[in-house]
Unconditional design. Sequence first.
Length: 260
Amino acid sequence: MKAKRLIEIENYIELKGSVSLDELCEHFDVSKNTIRRDINLIIENGKVEKVYGGVKSLVNSELVAFEHRHITNQTTKHHIAAAAAATLIEDDDFIFIDSGTTTVGIIDQLPPNINITILTNSLDIINSASAFENIRLLLVGNTYKPETRSFVGLNIESIIGKYNISKAFMAASAVSIENGLTNSDLMEYDIKRNVVARATNIYLLVDHSKFDKSTLLTYAALEQIDGIITDQRLTAEYQQFCHTHHIDVIDTNITETRRI
């Protein structure tokens, strides 16, 4: 319940732009001490800041940051997306493609006549997949966030819970053995967490720079995933972890999939 309230508070602040603590207390029917604790947690993701008597949203200042991420390591991300598309997606799959600057390249690598269903909250995935005659598109979220080029919303669990997802292709801000797959956006977190709970197979697409780091929110433990697609050989510690937990690894520097 607390995680859901945090998501709702962040969404409310984004919609309002700025809001007083008294208004938040009244709207969410909680005490001022509770609101202060919740706001302190939300502030950690960098999208909200305190002002006199209340808080304001900072989401408009982050659009440039997303565009910068989109061009960073572009060739590496292209190779990771290509490996996922070539080795893991087949006709009749029902897949989820996460929003992110690595997963976005998957669509461009698919054969033009592939017949699949895609569930996504990514605007870029929607735009790319709309050119395919045999791809059925399903959308998660009803509120657009320009800073992440994705759709978010409330009641995500009931929406995603209807679908039997065969394969989920996930992005993460950071990955570690201790904290798993993490991100910093409360509303994106809710989508990712529910997708992981529904998907039969979960694949993580990340470049080497994301490992041994963590951010605010863990949406999945590392042992929950079935495969990692990355650009460099994993360290011995991660190799052992993947071997123990039967996680397949696709290294884009090597042409074949292997279980290490």
